[in-house]
Design a protein around this ligand. Structure first.
Ligand code: CA
Length: 227
């Protein structure tokens, strides 16, 4: 479930967004001023932030500027009027998108979906940091996976799938998401391939080391976790 942080001081709008987004199945948290918004963006680690421009404590522009030092969280900025200079400043400070109030909720929902999709695509991109879960270590730079220093031999796709699951540790990921993010569009619809590769991974990691790292989440898909 994707997490969305709403930073909006107009309580009526914040409440409306909260209801709509919760109804859409998102996990939602709200802050009513810029400082709390910035804190929550860093501590709660949402997948996307809806950020009003005019805020008490810290303006939306300032929240954006400070956040960009530490995070590439997608930001959709809300502006009270169609003020071009505000919009340009927001985008300059690292906002990904903006909407002018009043807005149609359907349009905002569509932009949220785009923001989240970009986010998922970028988290599937190569990065050099190693992913570690207990004794399991996956190193994208050297393309190696080890369990307590014992090398595990994986094919390219097994490696990509494990990497994606480990990068989303503790999150249930749907088969469709795995297909589009790990396999790309060519395989759209054929979710069976995901189950097959999960089986391969379990055979190479869970079974030999007598652990359960890849969990089946009924009616959703899979989740990586290591206790
Ligand atoms: Ca405001």
């Amino acid at each position: 479930m994707s997490r969305i942080l709403i930073v909006e001081d107009e309580k009526k709008i914040a409440r409306f967004l909260e209801l709509e987004l919760t109804h859409e199945g998102y996990e939602v948290d709200t802050a009513y001023d810029g400082r709390t918004g910035l804190d929550k963006a860093l501590s709660w680690q949402p997948d996307l932030m809806i950020l009003d421009l005019m805020l008490p404590e810290l303006s939306g522009i300032e929240v954006c500027r400070r956040l960009r030092h530490e995070s590439d969280l997608p930001i959709i900025m809300l502006t009270a009027k169609d003020d071009v200079s505000d919009k340009v400043m927001g985008l300059d400070m690292g906002a990904d998108d903006y909407m002018t109030k009043p807005f149609a909720i359907e349009e905002l929902l569509a932009r949220i979906r785009v923001g989240l999709k970009k986010r998922r695509a970028s988290s599937a991109e190569p990065a050099s940091a190693a992913l570690v879960a207990g004794p399991l270590r996956l190193d994208p730079a050297s393309y190696t996976v080890t369990w307590s220093n014992t090398p595990i031999s994986l094919t390219k796709k097994e490696f990509d799938l494990l990497r994606y699951l480990m990068a989303h540790k503790g999150q249930a990921v749907t088969r469709d998401t795995l297909l589009s993010d790990v396999w790309g569009y060519d395989y759209a619809g054929d979710t069976n391939v995901v189950d097959v590769y999960v089986r391969y991974l379990r055979h190479k990691i869970d079974e030999p080391f007598q652990v359960k790292t890849i969990h089946t989440i009924r009616a959703v898909g899979y989740m990586f976790s290591y206790e």
